[in-house]
Write a protein of this length. Structure first.
Length: 130
């Protein structure tokens, strides 16, 4: 997550939303950086608010203020000395490279699709697939 001015990066958009919620500038520290146009799943960020908000309400409030293609999945209260970058235990990177001239439909199929599908087995019980 990299700041590049108000609203011009994911971090900037989140900071803009937090400013609306807290009534002041709120700095966000991300666990890592991504290049422009790169998707990040499970990115962790830390910040401190003066306004008390339950984590579930914070998620809803941020998502209401962010563009539809940027979502906050969850929030947790952490100790005041927690820092997303310095507290990270592991990081996993996945690169998808297509070294060919591709059309729009192929390009769309290369994007990250994360979903769960439940099926009923012969015994009537469900099974989940990622």
């Amino acid at each position: 997550m990299a700041a590049s001015g108000s609203g011009t990066s994911i971090q900037g958009l989140i900071e803009d939303a937090l400013r609306e919620l807290d009534g002041r500038e709120v700095g966000v520290a991300g666990a890592g950086r991504t290049d422009a146009g790169v998707h990040a799943l499970g990115q962790v960020a830390s910040f401190a608010l003066h306004r008390p908000l339950e984590p579930e309400k914070l998620v809803r409030a941020l998502n209401a203020r962010l563009p539809a293609d940027i979502r906050v999945g969850s929030a947790n209260a952490v100790p005041v000395d927690f820092h997303a970058r310095f507290g990270a235990k592991t990081k996993t990177y996945r690169y998808r490279i297509c070294n060919a001239d591709v059309n729009q439909s192929v390009r769309a199929s290369l994007r990250v699709a994360r979903h769960w599908r439940a099926r009923r087995g012969r015994d009537g019980r469900g099974s989940a697939r990622a």
